[in-house]
Ligand binder design. Structure first.
Ligand code: F0G
Length: 410
């Protein structure tokens, strides 16, 4: 572990700036606004990122930027995921350099583990006994695993029939109480928020301001893996809209302490059927109109009323970035292209970042020379049904050399 322990911080309202004393809140008691952790980074100014490199690449290398004690972390050794230099994919998209940050390599197969190691550590610190969330799947899989590790009770609410098989299996396997809600993610989030406000559980959706604190470490890792060269663009899928904010927050902190000199442009990509942020961006707005009936086969981002939408828009506007949307067909095409050209398997929502970059490249909104990183948030095996439906056919043969030859060599 690094020599510097957790820093002091404040929980503040993102909208009215009120400083909160109570750490279990999910919104500002004055204005209802989103909450945000503000770290005191003053003592880091004389240091540099290389001084943290004695610890292995991973979330806890960056303990000085985290609002919990590293020595008491609930950890499954999350982060430290590969950054692939995708030469063949870059050629296909007409780009000089394109990297994929493969978050599917996390312990439960998605980027959520970065936020959960911090969020569940905070839950333990606050002496909570039961944690809970609403989820399109990955958050529930991750929370269930970290709750198991910490010995906490866990309740997860899932939109009925719209959670990919691998994620459902994970949540059930780790011993969470799994409730299928007759409604979409937005409905499930409203229910779990109420349970939290009544004191039945500690809410670990990404409106919990400690979650993005863990998730911001993906930005630190990208910079470390590029040997501190700042990329021109970082593209991410956007669902409930906290992760793009987390990346922005991480980058801003390294800029604040003088560890990088400029920010990359942040690009948020939504599915066309669940696209309130992309619509707001097209209209130049800093708020958004929710989508009442979100639809997309990328079920991870099938969200109509992104809880952190305002933060996401700030991240995009402040960096001169972009928001866009892509069709389900474009998502599947990008998922297959990544697999075929690079041997990297991601779930549909993750492929949205690739599909979005491909579209913006075609439109000339990302230049050929712009060094781009796509954050691919979840593992291919999360959603085997969609893969099998779109991956082509299995050839059938008797146990005969001739028959197999005819099929595969003919
Ligand atoms: N990619 C994957 C694989 C996800 O599971 C999610 C969100 C996102 C991208 C979007 O991230 O919400 O921070 O904008 N999944 C949440 C869940 C909603 O419940 O697992 P975001």
């Amino acid at each position: 572990m690094p020599e510097v322990e957790a820093m002091s911080y404040e929980v503040k309202c993102f909208e009215c700036g009120r400083v909160l004393k109570e750490e279990k809140l999910d919104a500002c008691p004055t204005c209802g606004g989103l909450l945000n952790v503000e770290m005191d980074l003053s003592s880091l100014r004389g240091m540099g990122p290389k001084q943290l490199r004695r610890a292995p690449l991973g979330v806890w290398r960056y303990a000085p930027f985290l609002p919990v004690e590293a020595s008491r972390a609930v950890t499954l050794l999350e982060g430290g995921t590969p950054l692939y230099d995708c030469r063949a994919l870059a050629r296909e998209l007409g780009m000089d350099r394109l990297h994929v940050k493969y978050e599917g390599a996390n312990p439960t197969g998605s980027f959520k583990d970065r936020g959960m190691t911090v969020g569940v550590s905070k839950a333990v610190e606050l002496r909570c006994k039961v944690v809970g969330c609403a989820s399109t799947g990955n958050t529930s899989a991750s929370l269930a695993a970290y709750a198991a590790k910490a010995g906490l009770g866990c309740v997860v609410l899932l939109p009925s029939g719209k959670v990919a098989l691998g994620k459902l299996a994970q949540a059930m396997f780790y011993g969470a109480k799994v409730v299928s809600i007759d409604g979409n993610f937005d409905d499930a989030l409203n229910v779990v928020k109420q349970l939290s406000r009544e004191g039945h559980l500690y809410l670990l959706n990404s409106i919990n301001p400690f979650r993005p604190e863990g998730q911001k470490t993906v930005a630190f890792e990208i910079l470390d893996q590029l040997d501190l060269e700042v990329p021109d663009v970082i593209a991410l899928p956007v669902g409930n809209a906290a992760n793009i904010w987390a990346v922005y927050k991480g980058l801003s902190e390294w800029k604040e302490v003088g560890w990088i000199e400029r920010m990359p442009r942040l690009v948020g990509v939504q599915a066309a059927g669940s696209n309130p942020i992309a619509r707001a961006f097209r209209q130049g707005r800093s708020d958004f109109v929710p989508e009442e009936h979100p639809e997309t086969l990328a079920t991870a981002i099938r969200i109509g009323n992104p809880a952190s939408g305002k933060k996401a828009l700030k991240a995009i506007y402040d960096t001169g970035g972009l928001a866009t949307d892509v069709t389900d067909e474009e998502i599947i095409a990008a998922q297959k292209l990544l697999g075929k050209t690079e041997g990297v398997g991601v779930e549909p929502a993750s492929a949205a970042s690739i599909a979005g970059v491909a579209k913006l490249r075609r439109q000339g909104l990302i230049a050929k020379e712009e060094r781009t990183v796509c954050v691919c948030t979840g593992n291919l095996l999360k959603d085997p049904d969609t893969v099998i439906k779109h991956a082509g056919q299995v050839l059938k043969a008797g146990a005969s050399v001739d028959e197999v030859k005819r099929l595969v060599l003919g």
